[in-house]
Ligand binder design. Structure first.
Ligand code: FAD
Length: 464
């Protein structure tokens, strides 16, 4: 049937579902951090939903889905709206389903059961009150939701111990509602979880989820200075592989980044040094101190040292590095890439070739038991053509680039359709109404990437 927005709104209002359609709030809740990318900023500037609903219960989510299905109205779920690839932006308009009021949770021994709209920082605080802690959270933890993290995020603080969200150790269960005339509940467990994790909400609306939690440690943030970038990276990789130093985060910054962008910390730092930021357990701090001394480094800063209020160290790392750089140098953008088995040599090669056009920042993660460096380099932005060219050049050098300047699942991530997620979408959303435009495979299961070319996901991109 044709899309009928007015009839859909009337039916939702009649069913008492909280609904907002004033242009201001609708505009605001149709946006996320897409403007992080100069390319997405141009492509998505005009994207806007028709109305916002804020269901308070799973039953209301069911009403929203059934009603929108009946009226052919697309539904795009929104958590905290901190995604930076336009994940939660309604490319084809329609209904934006806010999970803000689905925020209950229960803490058990070793596991957390939550509704999707619960804010991660609040969950961490509640877990800590019971002597437990989350395994993984993004640097946007202060405003991001757990549902948005699982559906749209990838990794974060904790990755040095637990790897990213793809590690099956990090999600226990997802409960979803399907987009059908009569929405069904589907529960995914174990490896099945992959069908809907990091799927941008294209194949079901998560209404409840379960993640493992661990006994809490006392973490202290420290910044360690080392003579240069290579030394800093070598130190970080060694510290991350050390069995007697327990870390929750290890970030590495090229000399210059901290002095220029870490405004509240720079008074403590020494100009020209490579910098390593770590969260280390209090108990293993002495082992770290000994290791720093042995490696010729120096602890420049530790939590509690500043008399001013300073941001937590995780708000210097992950994608917050880019945010801080953009505030000082607006012509900054970024990339995300995997380094191989010789990250120090690869780093030197990249610096020799690209100089200050790429300023390197790494986050350490554990992949298949091995400590690996993921880079989120700051890029000096000139124009779109050069940014596309940079991606191609880096890929030609053998790096895997997770392109953050793309709105689709495939182009950002694994560069190929995920056939399990596609099959699951056929089951859960046969009309293709959930977050349309984000999964290329839905329109073209045989899609293969062409260097430098953006997939045209609908009218917005075609006009752009
Ligand atoms: P949203 O942006 O609202 O949504 C994300 C996606 O999930 C959307 O596709 C949405 O449709 C879908 N979704 C939301 N709720 C549901 C649901 N209930 N059911 C189905 N689908 C749903 N990401 C990281 O992984 N690690 C980081 O360290 C990190 N750092 C960041 C730093 C900055 C400064 C910024 C701007 C972004 C960063 N991000 C990071 C990206 C983002 O903040 C996180 O992924 C965050 O967890 C997203 O949560 P959210 O609630 O804001 O989700």
């Amino acid at each position: 049937s044709e899309t009928d927005i007015e009839a859909c709104k009337a039916a939702l209002r009649a069913a008492d579902v909280p609904l907002e359609d004033a242009p201001g709030p609708v505009q605001r809740k149709s946006r996320d951090f897409y403007w992080y990318s100069p390319i997405l900023k141009r492509q998505l500037e005009e994207v806007k939903g028709d109305f916002i609903v804020s269901p308070r219960t799973e039953a209301e989510v069911r009403t929203v889905l059934a009603t929108c299905h009946a009226h052919g109205v697309p539904v795009t779920v929104r958590g905290g709206g901190t995604g930076n690839y336009g994940q939660s932006m309604p490319l084809r308009g329609g209904c934006v389903l806010s999970t803000a009021d689905l925020n209950g949770f229960e803490i058990h021994d070793g596991r957390l059961v939550a509704e999707p709209g619960a804010i991660l920082a609040e969950l961490e605080t509640a877990c800590r009150a019971e002597g437990q802690e989350l395994r993984l959270f993004p640097s946007t933890t202060a405003t991001a939701t757990i549902g948005g993290f699982i559906a749209g995020g990838s990794s974060g603080v904790g990755a040095i111990r637990w790897g990213g969200l793809r590690n099956p150790a990090n999600i226990l269960k997802l409960r979803l509602l399907t987009m059908e005339a009569e929405p069904r509940v589907i529960e995914l467990e174990g490896p099945e979880v992959h069908k809907a994790a990091h799927a941008y909400g294209v194949n079901g609306v998560i209404t409840r989820l379960e993640v493992p939690i661990d006994p809490a440690s006392d973490w202290i943030g420290v910044l360690v200075g080392l003579p240069d970038l290579s030394e800093a990276l070598r130190f970080a990789l060694a510290a991350g592989g050390q069995g007697d130093i327990l870390c929750r985060m290890i970030s590495v910054f090229e000399p210059g980044i901290a002095e220029r962008y870490f405004l509240r910390h720079r008074a403590f730092l020494t100009a020209g040094e490579g910098l390593v930021g770590l969260y280390v357990s209090q108990q293993t701090l002495p082992a770290l101190e000994a290791f720093v001394a042995a490696e010729g480094g120096a602890i420049r800063y530790r939590d509690g040292q500043s008399e001013q209020r300073v941001p937590p160290l995780y708000e210097l790392g992950w994608n917050h590095t880019t945010l801080r750089a953009m505030k000082v140098d607006p012509d900054t953008t970024y990339l995300q890439m995997m380094f191989g088995d010789y990250p120090v040599a690869e780093t030197q090669r990249l610096k020799a070739r690209f100089g200050d056009e790429l300023r390197l920042h790494f986050e350490l993660t554990r992949i298949m038991g091995k400590v690996r460096a993921v880079a989120m380099p700051l890029v000096k932005y000139t124009d779109e053509a050069r940014l596309e060219e940079l991606v191609s050049l880096l890929e030609a050098e053998g790096f895997t680039v997770f392109n953050p300047h793309r709105v689709t699942l495939e182009e950002g991530g694994m560069k190929a359709p995920d056939l399990d997620q596609l099959a699951f979408k056929r089951e859960t959303d046969p009309r293709g109404l959930l977050n349309p435009g984000k999964m290329i495979a839905w329109e073209d299961p045989d899609w293969k990437p062409v260097a430098g070319r953006t997939y045209l996901f609908g009218e917005t991109a075609k006009e752009g």
